[in-house]
Design a protein around this ligand. Structure first.
Ligand SMILES: C[S@@+](CC[C@H](N)C(=O)[O-])C[C@H]1O[C@@H](n2cnc3c(N)ncnc32)[C@H](O)[C@@H]1O
Length: 241
């Protein structure tokens, strides 16, 4: 069956991800997530929010591994449905809700950790970072793995990348730092993981329909063409106590 790709959120790429049946879609994959959280101080009392949780791979991992209280939020109804199905199948009591990271239905000072894995790049960054800061407890941590360009690009290239992925802008490391600081964070540590390749590698199951295959090809073309420039960084940010 050849289902037409319907574009939501003005991003062919995000629409494609929701249809593909991916496990996870961020650089470094679940292994990088495990490596990062292994170094954090997480236990059964930790309250964690996964923004743009996708199909819920990270949220499920954190609930299963640490017995933590985990919530996932995603704007895409297909992702939300898939994440809910995952939690039910794994008998995990992770709360998955549909909503935007730019305006979240949570009280102030609510979470100990917020994780954003390849999400902030797609949204209004100042609004999302302000919301994240608001719902984090004092002393809480934001862990963000986000697309970061390593050098300026010509306008034509910028537009090609922005249009395909639906990024509002392309952001350099120092620009991320400025945005994160503007939201209120004072302590920011940046890591460049050696396990991160410039392209996001996702596992998908089943056959790929022709429309989706075209998008997959374009994704690989772009990541190959701009492999020296489309990088990623891990931003570890603490809200002051
Ligand atoms: C590249 S995927 C990453 C998904 C997941 N974090 C992972 O690593 O597998 C980006 C996700 O962000 C979600 N998203 C995009 N804009 C959003 C918004 N404004 N609020 C919440 N989620 C959003 C998309 O629906 C998608 O699931």
């Amino acid at each position: 069956m050849n289902k037409k790709v319907v574009i939501i959120q003005n991003s062919k790429y995000l629409d494609f991800l929701s249809k593909l049946g991916i496990e996870g879609a961020h650089p470094g994959g679940i292994n990088l997530t495990k490596e990062i959280f292994n170094r954090e101080n997480i236990n059964r009392t930790s309250h964690i929010l996964d923004v743009g949780c996708g199909t819920g791979q990270t949220a499920a991992y954190l609930a299963h591994k640490y017995g933590a209280k985990v919530t996932g939020i995603d704007i895409n109804p297909t992702m939300v449905e898939k994440a809910k199905r995952r939690m039910k199948k794994s008998h995990l009591s992770v709360n998955i809700i549909q909503g935007s990271v730019e305006k979240m239905p949570f009280p102030d000072h609510h979470f100990d950790f917020i994780v954003s894995e390849s999400v902030l790049s797609f949204v209004n960054k100042p609004s999302a970072l302000k919301e994240i800061y608001r719902v984090l407890k004092n002393g809480g941590r934001l862990i963000a793995i986000e697309q970061t360009i390593t050098q300026s690009l010509k306008e034509k290239a910028v537009n090609e990348i922005k249009q395909f992925y639906g990024f509002p802008s392309l952001t350099k490391e120092e620009e991320w730092v400025a945005l994160i600081k503007e939201a209120g964070f004072e302590e920011i540590r940046i890591e460049k993981s050696i396990s991160i390749k410039s392209a996001t590698n996702f596992n998908y199951s089943g056959e790929i329909e022709p429309d989706l295959y075209e998008i997959l090809e374009k994704h690989y073309d772009l990541t190959f063409k701009y492999q020296e420039i489309l990088g990623y960084r891990i931003y570890l940010c603490t809200k002051k106590i």
